[in-house]
Design a protein around this ligand. Structure first.
Ligand code: NDP
Ligand code: 8X3
Length: 251
């Protein structure tokens, strides 16, 4: 029987690449996000190109009732989830603290922090029932230090870092692994979302250096999930060769 992975935010960027990487490795994939059309296309690709099963689930991680309603009703044959990747997330805006938009702050905290708590809480019973599982949380270099005008996003990823540590401690008796991956700048739709569709600003983020790509993060997630049962990578920071941390990028 194939292993099963559930990936949030699989309609784009890291999540989509992770789904493709695991499907290529013979894993059945539960793919989630808000954009049903993209999930449908991806499910089709995973099934036809890689010959695995794919279950698309449409929900907004910010919406507590929606998250539980969908995840508590997963069909029986999909419940032995081996790996959960809490990847859905976003940054909105790059503004100084006094100019930052309150709605942007709410959305980042609701998605990057509360969304991870809801999804994990909803999936955990499937893992604790088997005393087996692996949770991979997508952090950021913004979880490790704070940069100028990164206030709300950095706070949300610092909170996620704390949650990853808390999960690792509390889930020890359940034999559930918790890995936090903290990528530096990667060219996905992330900056288009952050700058609300401003293509010029989004492109500027990656000007003058080679960033990470979604496939790099997918390879790393696959490696983390392929280690022997007794081994867990707890915390992993990764950037392109041009980036030292959340602040220093050599262009
Ligand atoms: P993308 O914008 O390409 O993908 C983000 C994904 O998150 C989409 O699939 C989107 O799906 C999903 N998502 C966002 N909000 C919600 C929501 N409320 N409910 C459900 N799904 C949601 O960005 P990345 O792939 O780059 O980002 C993935 C993760 O990696 C994020 O957590 C981000 O913070 C983190 N990260 C990104 C870095 C980068 O430089 N790119 C570096 C470090 C970390 P949909 O819109 O269909 O719901
Ligand atoms: C995304 C990387 O540097 O834009 O988490 O915060 S950064």
């Amino acid at each position: 029987m194939n292993k099963i992975i559930l990936i949030t935010g699989a309609t784009s960027g890291f999540g989509k690449a992770i789904a493709e990487k695991f499907a290529a490795g013979g894993w059945d994939c539960i793919i989630t996000g808000r954009r049903a059309d993209r999930l449908g296309l991806l499910a089709n690709t995973l099934q036809t190109q890689y010959g695995v099963q794919a279950l698309p689930l449409v929900f907004d991680v910010q919406k507590r009732e929606e998250v539980f309603a969908v995840l508590e009703k997963i069909p029986e044959q999909w419940r032995n989830i081996d790996v959960l990747v809490n990847n859905a997330g976003l940054a909105l805006g790059r503004d100084s603290f006094e100019n930052a938009n309150l709605d942007d702050w709410d959305t980042m905290i609701d998605t990057n922090v509360k969304g991870v708590m809801y999804v994990t809480k909803a999936v955990l019973p499937y893992m604790t029932a088997r005393k087996k599982g692996h949770i991979i949380n997508m952090g950021s270099v913004a979880a490790k230090l704070v940069y100028k005008e990164g206030n709300g996003y950095c706070a949300s990823k610092h909170a996620l870092d704390a949650l990853s540590k808390a999960m690792r401690i509390d889930l020890l008796p359940q034999r559930i692994k918790v890995t936090a991956i903290h990528p530096g700048a990667a060219e996905t739709e992330f900056s288009m979302v952050r700058f609300k569709g401003d293509e010029t600003k989004a492109k500027q983020v990656y000007d003058g250096f080679t960033p990470l790509y979604a496939e790099d993060i997918a390879d790393i997630a696959f490696y983390c999930a392929s280690l022997p049962e007794n081994v867990c990578i707890n915390d992993l920071t990764v950037s392109s060769i041009s980036q030292a941390d959340g602040v220093y990028i050599h262009k």
